[in-house]
Design a binder for this molecule. Structure first.
Ligand code: 4AZ
Length: 262
């Protein structure tokens, strides 16, 4: 909320994660078959799809919709006491062809930390008002300044009048004056920072206290902390299929061949 309409094709990695035709969360394209989103967006029993390539959430001019084949939620995700390890990967049913409107974003290397106060960008179709009903039609962009978890925790403890640690390792915050923030429907989407013409995703929209309240930062999953897990999931899942195929071949086709030979 508090953002402006994004230009067509400006954030080509942005996807809408959907159940049926309904937008439920944001996400980002990280390779031609993998989408990164938040764990709290994924409830296992649903059939998900992703839509990408159009700034409008309804139009299907330059966009494609691809069904999700498998979902991989971080094994330690939890909602209490705070949302932790809020990261998930979606494996698409087929590859997408990159176009000017469909491009992947870079994932930071392990333990990469964006410098505090860096100006980054959050994008999404989430609510533009806290009390609003539906998502916005046109993709919105809003700038956010980075706040590390230590500093953000102090701020949030004050806001919540709590002494418990609410913002911990694996989270990073974004803030800007009143009104500029992520909101419901933006979850799973990116906090992206530009380095020498290359866009790197620093965070995943995760949670917050309301939207755009004065002095209240938005909370993001810090991707650098999870890059090892992300790479492991992608490698394992991608290597699994040839392995399954080979074992089917060995167990079924080979004995059959021997039988025929006999
Ligand atoms: C949500 O409900 C949500 N302002 C996401 C982000 C924020 C608040 C709520 C942070 O998905």
């Amino acid at each position: 909320m508090g953002g402006v309409n994004a230009e067509e094709g400006k954030w080509p990695w942005q996807v809408s994660v959907r159940i049926g035709r309904r937008h439920i969360c944001g996400g980002t394209l990280v390779t031609n078959t993998w989408v990164l989103t938040a764990a709290h967006c994924i409830l296992r029993r649903f059939q998900y799809s992703v839509k990408m390539g159009d700034r409008s959430i309804y139009n299907e001019n330059t966009s494609v919709v691809v069904p999700v084949q498998r979902t991989f939620v971080h094994p330690k995700d939890s909602a209490a006491p705070t949302v932790q390890n809020d990261v998930a990967l979606l494996q698409l049913q087929h590859r997408v062809n990159f176009t000017v409107n469909i491009q992947p974003i870079c994932i930071p290397r392990e333990n990469f930390r964006v410098e505090a106060r860096t100006r980054c960008w959050m994008t999404g179709w989430g609510k533009t008002q806290e009390g609003e009903e539906s998502p916005t039609e046109i993709l919105q962009e809003v700038d956010q300044y980075i706040l590390h978890h230590e500093e953000c925790n102090k701020k949030m403890q004050k806001i919540m009048s709590s002494t418990k640690d609410v913002i911990i390792k694996g989270m990073v915050c974004g803030y800007k004056g009143q009104g500029k923030d992520s909101c419901q429907g933006d979850s799973g989407g990116p906090l992206a920072c530009e380095y020498n013409d290359t866009w790197v995703q620093a965070g995943i929209v995760s949670w917050g206290i309301g939207c755009g309240r004065r002095g209240v930062p938005g909370v993001y999953t810090e991707i650098g902390i999870y890059s090892k897990w992300l790479i492991a999931v992608v490698n394992q899942a991608t290597c699994l299929y040839p392995a399954v195929f080979l074992s089917v071949l060995l167990h079924l086709v080979l004995p059959l061949g021997i039988l025929v030979a006999l």
